[in-house]
Design a protein around this ligand. Structure first.
Ligand code: SAM
Ligand code: SF4
Length: 329
């Protein structure tokens, strides 16, 4: 799949549910209205959609959400997708999770061929963890991380940098990840979806964070690239990688290799634009994959050149009305 700007689309992120067992303050309001179950694709339908993308050249699949591991029978989807790893048509199957269910699933994930997991964790302080996630239990996530390591999964921690909340902890998080053999990626807050508070209060530019971290750590720019909005550094003292995802301050669109599918079968060609394609109708229209294939081609043909996120300080409105838990980040 080649888009109109000559970019090869080889990476699909799939949000398998918009529901979650946490309510992170930057991601959701406490009282969320979720999609009615009837609108959500079955796991079989999601698998068929993923298979269509793999046939068309997707080599990397990331399962996300909401919280992917709270969807009932989710391992059936992982098992089905794992078969594409076995026959070589898929290179990587991975997931982004809040870690709450990892103790239960880490071993099974490794068995179906998952090698790496991204686990979101913004603080090492259990009280702060509860304040940020509203409903999360820090110890349970740490137990999940232990289970992931024991199952041989490589772990990358994702932390959203939040002004006045975890900015004083980022040094200790670099050290903690180093001790445990985890990579760490810091994320800037993105203006996606209504939340209860004001996002301009939370916004912490990663340029500032990086300058501060560089006072204590030797950061060497790394050649590692994913086609996404992250810049990577090797932390000499720990031997681990440190990434910075800066969608608001850095333009990364020219290397974009990805599209995002929601649990209702809506395909977003860009995280920062409203334009989307409905794949549920062509999927359900026929047992043949021809209508679906045509709809995917048409959608890739209108992938936009880029996005222009801003946190609007006057209106204080989100740049996009949909939450990150819909498109999965
Ligand atoms: N529930 C899983 C988790 O938390 O990892 C997967 C879905 S979550 C939406 C994916 C990532 O998006 C998480 O790392 C989360 O911290 C991040 N995220 C959510 N809302 C965000 C926002 N408004 N700005 C920046 N990152 C956000
Ligand atoms: Fe749930 Fe992940 Fe959003 Fe937190 S960031 S509320 S864990 S979907």
């Amino acid at each position: 799949m080649i888009d109109p700007f000559g970019r090869e689309i080889s990476y699909l992120r799939v949000s398998v549910t918009d529901r979650c067992d946490f309510r992170c303050v930057y991601c959701m309001a406490e009282d969320m209205t979720f999609l009615p179950k009837a609108e959500i694709l079955s796991l079989e339908e999601l698998e068929r959609l993923c298979a269509a993308f793999i046939r068309k050249g997707v080599r990397k699949l990331r399962i996300t959400g909401g919280e992917p591991l709270v969807r009932r029978n989710i391992m059936n989807l992982f098992k089905g997708l794992g078969r594409h790893l076995d026959n070589g048509s898929l290179e990587e199957l991975t997931l982004t999770t809040n870690g709450s269910q990892l103790s239960r699933y880490a071993r099974e994930l490794a068995e179906v061929g998952v090698r790496r997991v991204n686990v979101s964790m913004d603080t090492l302080d259990p009280d702060k963890f509860l304040a940020i996630t509203r409903w999360g239990k820090f110890d349970k996530v740490v137990a999940g991380l232990d289970a992931a390591a024991a199952a041989g999964l490589q772990v990358k921690i994702n932390a959203v940098a939040l002004k006045g909340v975890n900015e004083d902890e980022l040094d200790s998080m670099v050290a903690w990840c180093g001790e445990r053999g985890f990579d760490l990626t810091l994320i800037e807050t993105m203006p996606l979806g209504d939340i209860d508070g004001d996002r301009t209060d939370q916004y912490l530019p990663l340029s500032v964070v990086r300058a501060r971290l560089a006072e204590n750590w030797t950061l060497q720019e790394s050649a590692h690239k994913t086609g996404g909005p992250a810049r990577y550094f090797d932390v000499q003292e720990t031997g681990r990688r440190l990434g910075f995802i800066t969608p608001l301050t850095h333009n990364f669109c020219e290397s974009c290799n990805r599209v995002r599918l929601t649990c209702t079968g809506t395909l977003y060609m860009c995280l920062g634009q409203e334009d989307a394609a409905d794949l549920r109708a062509p999927l359900r229209e026929s047992e043949s994959d021809a209508p679906l294939d045509a709809a995917i081609d048409e959608a890739i043909g209108r992938k936009p050149k880029g996005h222009d996120f801003i946190i609007d300080r006057r209106r204080q409105a989100p740049a996009l009305s949909r939450h990150m838990s819909v498109t999965g980040g």
